[in-house]
Design a protein around this ligand. Structure first.
Ligand code: HEM
Ligand code: HEM
Length: 226
């Protein structure tokens, strides 16, 4: 009888660098804080959390080009043909994102970018307006505010699918969560792949640069009003 479990795994290798792991878990925390702050009407914090999240997302976009092998977009964005092939031979565990998961990663990043951009034009009709609110008409702002609220439901739906996929992989023996925490994963013995990892210092400098620009232009003007 065919088994659904993944390959027998026997060797432990490093798959995720520290910057990618920190990006992931900080982003999850910030999304929780963004939801909480909007629910509680803590709109100053909402904006500060949103600007912190955009630093992470911008970092991830750059890291997707210059970062470690498994973090690079070219490593995990595959052709539809390769996705179909992967789906047919479901038993393979992969190093980095699998071909289907790669598309989910891109989708999650795009919907978060849209959430951020729509927030820049949003208003709560009381005290808070995004910094680009005054550049558009009331009706455009109101549409973008509605989309900002709707799109968050989409983020939740996609994140739920993402978490379910991770759980299903776990049940089949491919322990992805542990790898996203420790950076290491057990893979099949026959997988031979040389991975290059970029320095954590480079990531740190990049994050500091991005944080400096965002803090200067977006966060400091907010706190100066206090
Ligand atoms: C709001 C919730 C979440 C969002 C938006 C999200 C988004 C993402 C994104 C964008 C990546 C790609 C990381 C990268 O390449 O930089 C990723 C990977 C991953 N996430 Fe999440 N995540 C969420 C919650 C979770 C949770 C709660 C778990 C644990 C149960 C989890 C487990 C993972 C794992 C294991 C990977 C790596 C998957 C692989 O090996 O291909 N995520 N997630
Ligand atoms: C990716 C980052 C962001 C996330 C995840 C996020 C999330 C949310 C959520 C969950 C809500 C509540 C939706 C609802 O009531 O159904 C909300 C509302 C809102 N957000 Fe954001 N937001 C983000 C970025 C921003 C930014 C950058 C701004 C402006 C600087 C902003 C301004 C607002 C405003 C004005 C509201 C409306 C509050 C109301 O009508 O009560 N958001 N956001």
């Amino acid at each position: 009888m065919p088994t659904e479990s993944l390959d027998v795994t026997s060797k432990k290798i490093k798959v995720w660098d520290l910057p990618t792991r920190l990006f992931h878990w900080s982003m999850v925390c910030l999304l929780g804080l963004l939801w909480w702050s909007a629910e509680e009407g803590e709109m100053l914090w909402h904006q500060i959390f949103a600007y912190s999240l955009i630093v992470l997302i911008l970092f991830r976009l750059v890291w997707g080009v210059i970062g470690s092998d498994t973090a690079r977009f070219t490593h995990f964005i595959k052709s539809p043909k390769e996705v179909l092939q992967y789906l047919k031979q479901r038993k393979k565990s992969t190093i980095g994102h699998n071909p289907l998961g790669g598309y989910m990663v891109i989708t999650l990043i795009v919907v978060m970018l849209f959430q951020f951009i729509s927030g820049l034009f949003a208003t709560d009709d009381v005290f808070t307006e995004g910094p680009l609110y005054s550049y558009v008409s009331d009706s455009v702002s109101s549409t973008l505010t509605s989309l900002h609220k709707l799109n968050f439901d989409l983020i939740i739906a996609l994140a739920t699918m993402h978490i379910l996929a991770v759980i299903i992989h776990g049940i089949k023996g491919d322990k992805l969560v542990g790898a996203m925490i420790t950076g290491h994963k057990y893979v099949a013995d026959d997988i031979q792949q040389q991975l290059n990892f970029r320095s954590n210092l480079l990531a740190f400098v990049l994050i500091c640069l991005l944080a400096g620009v965002v803090a200067n232009y977006l966060i400091l003007p907010l706190t100066a009003m206090l």
